[in-house]
Design a binder for this molecule. Structure first.
Ligand code: SF4
Length: 131
């Protein structure tokens, strides 16, 4: 999500992702899952709610949860989640340790995170990071 620029698994997937990102304002509550989720609903790799590469994706998801100090099923404002991801993974160069084996790694490596501007090097001023 942090690096989405209109490319993805299919036209339907990219359209859905763009719509999803548009609606995910910082205060909106999200529930974190390791299984298929809202992003997956328009993915051609999703067959009846089962991803074609569940172990790989679950590994990425668990890596993000662990780095952020969160658990599956956590419910929090989207802005707090993105701030944690930016501060604890993306902003300190840890992304490739978690999902560097993904087919989209080159795309994500070639540009800044869309959340970089909202989360500075310190967490004092970001409303969704607790001091
Ligand atoms: S986790 Fe699987 S089903 Fe969901 S978006 Fe990624 S590839 Fe598609």
């Amino acid at each position: 999500m942090a690096y989405f620029i209109g490319q993805g698994y299919s036209d339907g997937f990219t359209a859905h992702m763009a719509e999803l990102l548009d609606g995910l304002h910082p205060g909106r509550l999200v529930c974190l899952t390791v299984g298929t989720d809202e992003v997956c609903t328009a993915c051609p790799n999703n067959s009846g709610g089962v991803c074609c590469k569940p172990a790989q994706v679950a590994g990425y998801d668990r890596g993000v949860l662990a780095a952020c100090g969160l658990s599956e099923g956590a419910v929090l404002p989207f802005g707090r989640f993105t701030a944690l991801v930016q501060e604890r993974i993306l902003g300190i160069g840890k992304r490739r340790l978690i999902c560097g084996s993904c087919q989209w790694d080159g795309l994500c490596s070639s540009q800044p995170s869309r959340w970089a501007a909202c989360c500075g090097p310190t967490k004092e001023w970001h409303p969704f990071i607790e001091n």
